[in-house]
Design a protein around this ligand. Structure first.
Ligand code: GDP
Length: 358
């Protein structure tokens, strides 16, 4: 499955966030995951629609979709030159599908900052500079080879052009993700460039920042088009120890309406370009993970590869139509249930029953 790699400077709260994520995953232990690696946190994606579906279908249980976060060893200045854990760090990050950067915004004199000051945008620049330098190294190594290839193979020319455009963007200090549209990153996929991956920023904040709309807006704008989430990692770990009522009170006291981990799971899912469709029956109401743009047979393949191979058609009703009608039979009577074929592109929240040959 797709993963977000957690990166950030030392002492910004990465382990605290990651531990909260893995604790959340223990709490969701009824989820049938395959083996979970120790450095992977699998977090359920909060989905209130499942409870509503379970009511309509009398489902015994609900099974949410999930998002995977990988804890990647700390980055330090000079990582691109192999300093510290540099090389291992870069190898791990290449394997992730998106980059989740934890950034310190909390003030706490007891927690030392590597550069002696709390400055989130400067910290982001330190990390992104390392990633940019590493990508530039990759490109500088690749370009002479691409030039040679482009001389004899016409289809290598777009790759060379994209590589040269990428160098220009990176030289200006911008990540390829932030420069979306300026470089044909699809042509560069073979190079596994790190800054071409989608970015998600986690601002590890304290109450003062969480309740400061102007500060939040400023940081949000600074990292756009990347998604960002504001949370207090310390509060998140405390929340997991509390019963529901005390947890709600603690959240309210820091001006939050839901746990930051929920927002993080949702943002992570969005950053990876994923969406869900739903199935429901007496056994379970369940959310399944697909990529945006997946067709009905591809969606069926997530349940079982046989479903994709033997796909005939999909009986689909939107979640909103189903709930408005009150039952599957009523939705059918109202003409809200459609039969879709193999070219149908799934929409988020489609409630589906597949017909297939085995
Ligand atoms: P990492 O090096 O990025 O993994 O950072 P850690 O998660 O180990 O956190 C470093 C220190 O900062 C620890 O002492 C944490 O308890 C503390 N810390 C983490 N998050 C917060 C936070 O939101 N607020 C405060 N005040 N301290 C935090």
């Amino acid at each position: 499955s797709l993963t977000l790699g957690i990166v950030g400077l030392p002492n910004v709260g990465k382990s605290t966030v990651f531990n909260a994520l893995t604790r959340a995953n223990v709490l969701a232990a009824n989820y049938p995951f395959a083996t979970i690696e120790p450095n992977v946190g699998v977090v359920p994606l909060p989905d209130p629609r499942l409870d509503e579906l379970a009511k309509v279908f009398g489902s015994v249980k609900t099974v949410p979709a999930s998002v995977s976060f990988v804890d990647i060893a700390g980055i330090v200045k000079g990582a691109s030159e192999g300093a510290g854990l540099g090389n291992k760090f870069l190898a791990n990050i290449r394997e992730a599908d998106a980059i989740c950067q934890v950034v310190r915004v909390f003030a706490d004199d007891d927690v030392v900052h590597v550069d002696g000051r709390v400055d989130p945008l400067a910290d982001i620049e330190v990390i992104n500079t390392e990633l940019i330098l590493a990508d530039l190294q990759t490109l500088e190594k690749a370009i002479p080879r691409l030039q040679k290839e482009a001389r004899t193979a016409k289809d290598r020319k777009p790759v060379l052009d994209a590589a040269e455009a990428a160098v220009t963007v990176l030289d200006s200090g911008t990540t390829l993700f932030a420069a979306a549209g300026k470089v044909d990153v699809a042509a560069l996929r073979e190079l596994s460039l790190m800054t071409a991956k989608p970015f998600l920023y986690v601002f590890n904040a304290d109450e003062a920042v969480l309740t400061d709309e102007a500060k939040r807006a400023e940081l949000t704008a600074a990292v756009a088009p990347a998604d960002c989430v504001f949370l207090d990692a310390k509060v998140e770990s405390e929340l997991l120890e509390l019963d529901e009522e005390s947890a709600r009170e603690l959240l309210e006291s820091v001006g939050q309406s839901e746990p930051g981990l929920y927002s993080l799971a949702r943002a992570g899912f969005h950053t990876l370009g994923l969406q869900t469709y739903l199935t429901a029956g007496p056994k379970e109401s369940r959310a399944w993970t697909i990529r945006k743009g997946d067709t009905a047979p591809q969606a069926a393949g997530v349940i079982h590869t046989d479903f994709e191979r033997g796909f005939i058609k999909a009986e689909i009703v939107s979640f909103a139509d189903l709930i408005a009608a009150g039952s599957m039979a009523a939705a059918k009577a109202a003409g809200k249930v459609r039969m879709e074929g193999k070219d149908y592109v799934m929409a988020d929240g489609d409630v589906v029953e597949f017909r297939f040959n085995v």
